[in-house]
Design a protein around this ligand. Structure first.
Ligand code: SF4
Length: 94
C-alpha cells in the first residue's frame, strides 16, 4: 500500500468516493527504490510530482512545444497524459 500511495496519494479518497477507475496504479517497477539510493529522494514512474514537493505541485506548461514519442508498456498512458498536459505533442507507439 505504501508504494500505491506514492503512485497516487489520493487512492484512499478515490476508493471512498467509488472512483476506482480514476486510481493511478503502482506498476511495481521499483524505480522509487532505485532513485532513493541514487538521489536521496523519491521518483515515481506514474507520478511526476513525487520528490518535487518543495518545488510546488503546480505543473507548468512547457515553454516550447516539442514532439514526444512514448515507447513502452504500462506507463505509456500516464506519460502521454502528462506530456499533453504540459503542452507537448505526444504520439503513442502501440
Ligand atoms: S516508482 Fe514504480 S514501484 Fe515505485 S510507486 Fe511508482 S509505480 Fe510504484
Amino acid at each position: 500500500m505504501a508504494r500505491q500511495l506514492l503512485a497516487d496519494p489520493e487512492t484512499p479518497q478515490k476508493i471512498m468516493e467509488g472512483r476506482d477507475a480514476d486510481i493511478v496504479h503502482c506498476l511495481r517497477c521499483f524505480t522509487c527504490m532505485a532513485e532513493r539510493a541514487a538521489t536521496a529522494t523519491r521518483r515515481c514512474t506514474v507520478n511526476p510530482l513525487i520528490g518535487r514537493e518543495l518545488d510546488g505541485t503546480e505543473i507548468k506548461p512547457a515553454p516550447v512545444k516539442k514532439k514526444v514519442l512514448v515507447v513502452g508498456d504500462a506507463a505509456k498512458v500516464s506519460t502521454i497524459t502528462n506530456a499533453v498536459y504540459w503542452g507537448y505533442w505526444a504520439a503513442l507507439d502501440i
